[in-house]
Design a protein around this ligand. Structure first.
Ligand code: SAM
Length: 242
């Protein structure tokens, strides 16, 4: 997968050299390039912002540098990337969206700062590539950089060959609309707290059932919205009895 990120703070992305993302970059699964938006400015101050039309506080990112950045990174004669613009006013980022993005061949992230990017940049880009405004949640960050780091982690770990054990993707929270059951490792007893007996029984059928029921109980307690949204065919008779 090719990923381009445009930001006025390219240094924010240094952690992408670390851990499994760093390895995915080193072995070519992820071709990631971070670009400084100011590369596409032409004045001595390398200006990227200006006051908002209509008045109000804060500054807005000017369209010209963004237009040139998108022209350079998504040339009209090449297959268009999918443009993702972090915004608290965007569609909520979910595991389902992470899977959708992991199936794309080229993602282009545009990190806003200040009050955000002049809306005409998105309108113009939408004439030649798919554009999605994406929100990490119902709160406001300083800029899009952290949102892009989060999205890149969620997407990269879904790419084939990135996780050592791809089986863990199938059992984790949000894989099938439920939260994962509690997990334990050695020792079997620690500070008066014991690992549930069933997990030490060696009975794989019983363990799978226990995990399923604990996942259901946890989801009901912490995220009843997820349980309510679960299609009926994702529940079996034993789930309903539990
Ligand atoms: N004026 C904007 C609004 O009220 O919708 C908020 C701008 S915010 C201070 C600056 C930038 O941070 C946004 O352009 C976006 O890139 C990023 N950002 C802030 N909160 C975000 C969120 N919840 N999800 C994704 N990106 C966010």
């Amino acid at each position: 997968m090719r990923v381009d990120v445009v930001s006025i703070f390219p240094e924010y992305f240094a952690p992408l050299d670390l851990s499994l993302i760093g390895r995915a970059r080193a072995n070519g699964v992820l071709q990631l390039a971070v670009h400084d938006l100011r590369t596409w400015t032409h004045d001595v101050h390398r200006t990227v912002d200006d006051t908002p039309y209509g008045g109000g506080p804060g500054m807005v990112m000017r369209p010209e540098p963004w237009g040139e950045a998108l022209d350079a990174l998504a040339p009209v004669d090449a297959p268009p990337p999918r443009l993702l613009v972090p915004s608290p006013a965007g569609a909520p980022f979910t595991q389902a969206m992470a899977y959708e993005l992991a199936a794309e061949s080229h993602l282009l992230f545009a990190c806003g700062r200040y009050e955000g990017i002049d809306q005409r940049v998105l309108a113009h880009a939408a004439t030649r590539m798919p554009v999605t405004e994406v929100s990490l949640g119902d709160y406001v960050l300083f800029g899009g950089e952290v949102a892009v780091l989060v999205m890149l982690e969620a997407v990269t770990r879904l790419l084939p060959g990135v996780l050592g054990n791809a089986g863990s993707l199938d059992e984790e929270s949000h894989a099938h609309g439920l939260l994962e059951a509690p997990i334990y490792t050695k020792p079997p007893s620690w500070r008066g707290h014991d690992v549930p007996e069933v997990l030490r029984s060696g009975d794989h059928g019983k363990i799978a059932r226990w995990r399923r029921e604990e996942g259901l109980l946890r989801t009901a307690a912490r995220r009843p919205d997820l349980l309510a949204a679960l299609p009926a065919d994702r529940l079996d008779k034993r789930d309903i009895a539990a």
